[in-house]
Design a protein around this ligand. Sequence first.
Ligand SMILES: [Zn+2]
Length: 315
Amino acid sequence: MAKPAKNKKLGRNDPCHCGSGRKYKDCHLIIEEAARSEQLLLRQAQDSLLPKIIEAAQSVPEQFPEAFARFWQNKYPFEQMSDLDAVEDRGAERFLTWFAFDFHMNNGRTLVEQLNIAADEGSFEVDPYERRLLEQWRTVRLRPYIVAEIRKGKGMLLRDLLGEQEFDVTDYNAAKRLEVGEVVVGHLTPADTPLDAPVPNYYLGGAAAHLTNDTPQKLVEFAELHLADMRRERPDVTWSDLLEERSEVLNHFVIALPREAPDPSVMERLVSDGRIALQLTKESVASLLGRMLPKDEEPEEPEAEKTDDSEEKPA
Ligand SMILES: [Zn+2]
């Protein structure tokens, strides 16, 4: 059966749109109202859960200094934490969000993973809706996304810069501040997803960094250096492994960018300095990532002198 047009409101006594022949009030009305109120409760849980998690972070202050140094690449002393919201755009909040989702504590778990256990044991109090989100948030990590589409008043479509996946982000407040082509480095948290929906609704959880539209390609190049570096030891590592172990490098890229006018030379330097710091050449990066060096890019290291032996004999 065809569903009624969305703008036409079905009366309580009208036949139900499902074609059962029963009145709407005796059929799908109740189910649909329940789904709506459940979605509302999940949305409220999204708003209440993150502050609870951040509050729980305050109970493990001994874990902060190491995490802080890693996230800010030793750019700031830990004592400066409280100034960072001013110095770096929402810096303290961005750090705490990363700490909660990404940083592996002494016990090997992230705070969100730890809180899932604590919730089961009853030592972290959450309501059933918060509990459901907390479970889904276990695997959320800091990632870079490009804004693929803005849907006014509804949200936006974000594409993972380190993959092909696209995410429907129903966070229309976040969408208001963004434009197509810009980059968001943040945490996409599944939120008020209706039970029968095929894919989750996502929100930007906590504070995210927002980059101009000249940055996506260089950000990927920068991240690729770290992927190449990891592949020297473990040739099979993927983007997920990188983000599991080193998602702070995304923030290192963010904090190196100029805050006023765009400056392409800064990004160029960021990538070449990164390559030097990791002791990689353009050639080794290309080969570790399993691709050819573009023809216009000369290898930095002189090739071994060609001898007659290296030339292939015609068959
Ligand atoms: Zn029905």
